[in-house]
Unconditional design. Structure first.
Length: 87
């Protein structure tokens, strides 16, 4: 494990990345306290699970989801309360 401060890390980022690529963890500190850790990036190569039913039991949609209240509809079509009270 290699420990450095922010100003040193700025000046030698390429060197620090090389250390990480060689398997070493790099800790970056500020005011003597660790604030970040550089580690190798590993990409998840597992395929995503797609298809019907994948979200079953994980989400819920209200029965009135598609119902639009009259006051909201009025806002969409440009009606105001003043318009409704006019003869």
């Amino acid at each position: 494990m290699y420990i450095t401060n922010i100003s040193e890390a700025k000046a030698s980022l390429s060197k620090l990345i090389e250390q990480v690529l060689n398997g070493e963890e790099v800790i970056i500190g500020k005011a003597g306290k660790p604030v970040a850790k550089l580690v190798p990036y590993t990409q998840d190569t597992n395929p995503r699970q797609l298809g019907a039913g994948h979200w079953k039991g994980k989400i819920w949609i209200a029965d009135d989801f598609d119902d639009l209240p009259e006051d909201v509809l009025a806002l969409f079509i440009g009606e105001t309360e003043d318009d409704e009270s006019s003869p």
